[in-house]
Design a protein. Structure first.
Ligand SMILES: Nc1ncnc2c1ncn2[C@@H]1O[C@H](COP(=O)(O)OP(=O)(O)O)[C@@H](O)[C@H]1O
Ligand SMILES: [Mg+2]
Lengths: 345, 217
């Protein structure tokens, strides 16, 4: 478990101090993938670097499995760091060492015997699918392959925690997907705690269990990814989400007035969100059968938040105002998230 | 070419090579750690220590601002104390070494600064000690650049050794001055110049080859 308590970080700059973190409190449970999202300059890197003390917090404590990282001496800190792997946006591989030697590097630092190193490095190269590249140099690899080396290297010392600072930000979308699924795979197989920094909501949606949104050095919103996605509170969170899940009305509604109050003859637009396998009751079918209204489906899609199916349906209901009211009450009584957009006319 | 000239040149070349190689080895042994310290003790370095950094930087600057010919004369007492005499090839190695140490220090510093800090940071994140970072990150990552820089130092040493030769150090410089200039034998002068050109070309060629071979970027 990683506990960040009242973390503050001030950088002394040439033109005055920069307050990068202002009172961060965060608890990351063992085995989960925790995402931290924010715009550039929000303080994400500073935050993740405080976890392994690459950046020393100005105030506050970082407690990993009960041990306060801020109180360790140099030697104890080096030992503690061996339990924390880290991957970087620009990979930071040794250009003068082969893939094999890069992965072996953390083990050599601990004076591990070569035979043991071999036993450890080979399965890791297999895990990241780079066995055939063992004797190549990083310059001969693609970005995705370099990051795989980075991941294998980060795992070499068998860490309990993996820190990822924008590990996919330099990669194309397809490679990003592959690297993310590798991280997810590693998290499942090894039960390693993963802290992921990103500026892309897609990364959070694909692999994270929990998310914290950071803005100007402050966490503005945090929680389970499903909750944050289905019920975002802050404007910045909504913006991040709408970047990957556009929530606009179909074009034919652009000229219409949308009223929150019932308007006779208007079409009530409702967004229905299904989470997980809530589809055990034929809700739409019942809606049409049991209420004297017409229902039209305007938009629908199914997506996943990590492993959880996540469906969205935009429907329009027309008919008698009271019948529409009853239908809406019926929808609300189900285990669905209902968002009433308004009466379009 | 007369046989005596051939013998003279071979002997002088041997002396020059001995001066350059020995001085280079001695200067590298001290200059590389100096360059490393200049980087690691600097602000945000892995063993940041600004007082040491400032002292080292001032010594380097002071030594580098003295022209070689003056340094050589100025340290004659030191040379005598170390090798017992102030003339001859062995004596010439003292000023040659002393002049090359700060040169190498600065060159190595420049090379190490080119190593992306991210790699150093990755090593820190793995729990590497400062010594491990120097050994496993800074030096191997900078090696192609260090070799290229040291090649320049060797070439500079060939030139300086000729100067040292001119005041009694032996070697090609001595030959050119004594025979070519003082005894009016222009063919000696020309032969010496050709040998020097070839020597410098060979050094540059070998340095380039080695640097390229080491560079995996
Ligand atoms: N070493 C540093 N010295 C001074 N200011 C810094 C330093 N590192 C980061 N900052 C500042 O701290 C703030 C947060 O930076 P950072 O954590 O890198 O943000 P992010 O990773 O979210 O883009 C920025 O305003 C940045 O300019
Ligand atoms: Mg960053």
């Amino acid at each position: 478990m990683i506990e960040l308590k009242d973390i503050e970080k001030t950088y002394e700059g040439p033109d005055g101090d920069v307050v990068a973190l202002k009172g961060i409190n965060l608890t990351i449970e063992s085995g989960e993938i925790y995402g931290i999202i924010g715009l550039s300059g929000a303080g994400k890197s500073t935050l993740i670097r405080c976890i392994n003390m690459l950046e020393r917090p100005t105030k506050g404590s970082v407690i990993i499995d009960g041990e306060d990282m801020t109180s360790l001496d140099a030697k104890a800190l080096r030992d503690a760091r061996k339990n924390i792997g880290m991957i970087f946006q620009h990979f930071n591989l040794l250009s003068s060492a082969t893939v094999y030697d890069n992965v072996a590097f953390p083990l050599r630092l601990s004076n591990t015997p070569e035979s043991e190193i071999k036993e450890r490095v080979e399965p890791l190269l297999e895990l990241v699918n780079l066995k055939d590249k063992a004797h190549q140099y990083p310059s001969q690899l693609s970005g995705g392959q370099k990051q795989r080396v980075g991941i294998a290297r980060a795992l070499a010392s068998n860490p309990k925690i993996l820190l990822s600072d924008e590990a996919t930000s330099a990669l194309d979308p397809q490679t990003t997907k592959a690297i993310l699924s590798l991280i997810l795979d590693i998290n499942k197989k090894l039960g390693i705690t993963v802290v992921v920094i990103t500026h892309e909501m897609q990364v959070i949606k694909d692999i994270c269990d929990k998310v914290a949104v950071i803005e100007n050095g402050v966490i503005s919103e945090k929680g389970r990814v499903l909750d944050v996605f289905t019920n975002p509170q802050q404007a910045i969170t909504k913006e991040f989400i709408s970047a990957i899940m556009p929530n606009e009305l179909p074009r034919e509604f652009s000229g219409k007035t949308i009223s929150k109050e019932p308007v006779p003859g208007a079409e009530l637009l409702v967004n229905i969100t299904f989470i997980g396998d809530t589809a055990d009751e034929p809700v739409i079918s019942n809606l049409i059968k049991d209420f004297p209204i017409d229902v039209s489906i305007l938009y629908g899609n199914i997506d996943h938040i990590k492993d959880t199916p996540f469906g969205r349906l935009l429907i329009g209901m027309t008919g008698d105002i009271s019948a529409i009211g009853d239908a809406l009450a019926y929808l609300r009584s189900k285990n669905l998230r209902i968002e009433v957009i308004g009466y379009a006319s | 070419m007369p046989a005596d000239l051939m013998d003279l040149i071979i002997k002088a070349l041997g002396e020059t090579i001995r001066m350059v190689v020995c001085s280079m080895i001695a200067a590298t042994v001290i200059g590389i750690p100096l360059g490393v310290l200049l980087v690691t003790t600097a602000k945000h370095g892995i063993t940041e220590c600004l007082p040491i950094n400032r002292i080292l930087a001032s010594i380097v600057n002071a030594l580098r601002s003295v022209p070689f010919i003056i340094l050589m004369v100025a340290i004659i007492p030191l040379t005598r104390a170390i090798v017992g005499t102030s003339i001859g090839t062995t004596a010439a190695m003292v000023p040659l070494t002393l002049a090359s140490i700060p040169f190498i220090g600065r060159q190595v510093e420049t090379s190490l600064k080119e190593v992306p800090y991210g790699i150093v940071e990755a090593a820190l994140a793995m729990g590497a000690t400062p010594l491990q970072i120097i050994r496993h990150v800074y030096l191997p990552e900078a090696m192609p650049s260090i070799v290229a820089q040291l090649t320049t130092v060797v070439i500079a040493l060939v030139g300086e050794s000729a100067m040292a030769g001119a005041i009694g150090g032996g070697g090609l410089g001595d030959l050119a001055i004594r025979y070519g200039y003082q005894r009016f034998r222009p063919e000696v002068m020309i032969a010496t110049i050709i040998v020097l050109i070839v020597l410098v070309q060979l050094i540059q060629f070998a340095g380039n080859k080695l640097s390229k071979h080491l560079n995996k970027k």
